[in-house]
Design a protein around this ligand. Structure first.
Ligand SMILES: NC(=O)c1ccc[n+]([C@@H]2O[C@H](COP(=O)([O-])OP(=O)(O)OC[C@H]3O[C@@H](n4cnc5c(N)ncnc54)[C@H](OP(=O)(O)O)[C@@H]3O)[C@@H](O)[C@H]2O)c1
Length: 286
């Protein structure tokens, strides 16, 4: 068991091998914190282990494997005695029209992006409840707020994370635990490169809608995203240091713009249909 400096917190990050998870792992370690960095393939964390012997525990974790989740959380607590910040980061994208994704593809992405998040959270919450403190960062997305053609399955997983996090935040607030949904726009990670999956089936009728989005993303987005994951990592650290962290943190001007447009559109539609909306109650009893 290593000595833990009172001021340094213990972070637990899923999917630390690449992208946001990797950038955050490096930033957390450079910030002088303790880190449990987890990844499907431990060799991807070897360079970090060599640099941060005392502060870092690396563990194998595929978030779809409940046994590995239980083992990793137990080892984290055995080594550091606590978990202050959990980052549910592991996830991937599935492109294709909603009808194109088959049942196996749909269930697979829910297994990682939703049930993975749920199972890791369920494993860590008893520790945070006992501590009466903790902060859980949920890597949602712009796609957790705004649905886009060609990304319906991915959007659905992130909308699910948004719903469960919003409810969870209310349940755990009295226990001293904060939840923050991180909603990035386009960031330069492996997300649209090696991590991206595309539905096997392609239906010609969707070539001009979903098909265009998939093609455009591969050609014009991958490697050219405006967002810098290292700066996103700094923003994530920052919100763990304030007394009242936000429920949502949008990252990137692109995401901010699209979310503002969505909310304005929703308000407009709510107002336009208000009379129909409220004309559905039983007559008031005098
Ligand atoms: N980049 C963006 O523009 C963007 C925008 C909004 C939200 N996000 C979200 O940010 C999170 C991180 O994605 P990223 O952009 O950093 O992509 P990335 O560079 O592809 O990194 C994804 C990470 O998740 C890991 N992972 C995938 N499935 C896993 C599983 N079953 N168990 C454990 N680890 C798993 C990957 O591990 P391997 O190395 O083993 O594949 C990798 O470490 C995701 O939740 C994504 O939805 C990304």
């Amino acid at each position: 068991m290593s000595q833990i400096n009172d001021a340094a917190r213990v972070w637990f990050i899923t999917g630390s091998s690449a992208g946001f998870g990797r950038a955050l792992a490096e930033a957390v370690l450079a910030h002088g914190e303790h880190l449990v960095a987890t990844a499907r393939h431990l060799e991807q964390l070897q360079d970090l282990s060599a640099r941060y012997l005392d502060h870092l525990l690396t563990l194998p974790l595929d978030v779809t494997n409940e046994q590995e989740i239980r083992a990793a959380v137990a080892q984290a607590v055995e080594r550091f005695g606590r978990i202050d910040v959990l980052v549910n980061n592991a996830g991937y994208g599935l492109f294709g029209a909603v009808e194109e994704a088959d049942d196996a593809e749909a269930r697979q992405i829910f297994d990682t992006n939703v049930f993975g998040v749920l199972n890791v959270t369920r494993a860590v919450l008893p520790i945070m409840r006992k501590q009466r403190h903790g902060h859980i960062l949920m890597l949602s997305s712009l796609s957790g707020v705004v649905g886009t053609m060609g990304m319906g399955m991915y959007d659905a997983t992130k909308f699910a994370v948004e719903g469960l996090s919003e409810a969870l935040a209310q349940e755990v607030a009295p226990l001293g635990i904060h939840i923050t949904l991180i909603e990035p726009g386009l960031f330069r990670t492996s997300f649209t490169g090696r991590s991206l999956k595309v539905a096997q089936k392609q239906i010609e009728d969707y070539a001009q809608t979903s098909g265009m989005v998939v093609g455009w993303t591969k050609q014009h987005i991958d490697g050219q995203q405006p967002g810098d994951p290292a700066l996103a990592a700094q923003a994530m650290i920052k919100i763990t240091e304030v007394a009242q962290p936000p429920l949502r943190l949008v990252l990137g001007a692109d995401a901010l713009d699209m979310i503002r447009k969505k909310l304005a559109g929703m308000m407009q539609e709510l107002d336009a249909w208000e009379a129909t909306t409220i004309a559905t109650a039983f007559p008031a009893v005098e």
